[in-house]
Design a protein around this ligand. Sequence first.
Ligand code: AMP
Length: 418
Amino acid sequence: MLFRNLKIIEPILKAVKSEGYTEPTPIQSKAIPSLLEGRDLLGCAQTGTGKTAAFAIPILQDLSEEHRNIKGKRQIKALILAPTRELAIQIGDSFKAYGKYLNLKTLVVYGGVSQHPQTRSLTSGVDILVATPGRLLDLVNQKYIRLNQVTHFVLDEADMMLDMGMLPDVKRIIKLIPEIRQTMFFSATMPDEIAKLSSSILKNPVTVSITPVSSAVEIIEQSVYQVDKGNKINLLIHLLKNKAIVSALVFSRTKHGADKIVKALEKAGLQAQAIHGNKSQNARQLALSNFKERKTRILVATDIAARGIDIEELSHVFNFDLPEVPETYVHRIGRTGRAGLGGIAIAFCDQEEKLLLRDIQKLTSKSIEIVGDHPFPWNEKLQFSTSKPVTPRARSTKKTSYSKSNAEKKEKSYWKSR
Ligand code: AMP
């Protein structure tokens, strides 16, 4: 299959070619023809599948055709909602790249930065607006933005919006856009609330489901190191001293944890930066661009800050902590192995995380290779056991008899000493 077979107009074909894409990804070849026919779309797909181009190309094509007949100031015709600033910026960059030979204007608005440059651009007219929900509503309330001309609406990463408590804002925004429109709805997972929202806003949609979340990771080389909690940082330092690791994204469950990891790495002579919600937008953007440009080799991130960010040719993903929800593991390791490239994912599993590992293996239908031979193996005396199995979610709020273990004491004293 070639892009040309998808009835894409020449200026977009040229732009796609200059991005180095040779053929459409499965989501692109499935979604683009239906979207060009004006159908609504329900896409079950995660980032890394090429879904941004799958919705951006048909939108650009429609608007460029419409644009020829429009005189006067540009009006917002396409609205794309994304949960995080990083994702919004990335989507905006994609629209600009695929639309570089078209006369359309894309603007990205998000919070945490001054609104003036955004309002200045809005005043001069915009065709495509990519926004995070909070700042968008803010600018609507201040009357800088009117959404009554929107003909194309994309809700991206809907399940993440649910997790981040953004659904009330999203519902408010939907009330502001015309009912007659084309809607594209993307979510990696379909919890009940998301399924309900999708059926309330989509009209007779085509459904495109790209690889159940678990199989997208086939090309990634995965392994797990069994390591006591208190030794995770030592193991990380040990592994990252290997210069063959070109770029590493390290996932921490908490913001505080991410900062602690960065401090410890720096103390060990390994330059690293953190990206999480407590950092200012500018600090996050700077950390991200340093990492993308290979100025920093190690980026330590929380899920919210890193999910969906696209880093070309990221070689390694480390799960410093195993996530409580197994799908999150797949999202994390999907930061590597982008667009068909391979990658390496290394997870650390302490004795309290055994059940989380079991759930991950169940989801991915894969038994992940356990690396036994490393300098910080489990201290078997610390074997953790519970009389009855508990689910990972329940476990997070449940106190176990393990709470005052040697491992934790060791970890506390380790951090104290930093
Ligand atoms: P996305 O899922 O939209 O975040 O895209 C993931 C990555 O795949 C991005 O780096 C895109 O530039 C890249 N990509 C998108 N479409 C293609 C394609 N047809 N061929 C190669 N790479 C692509």
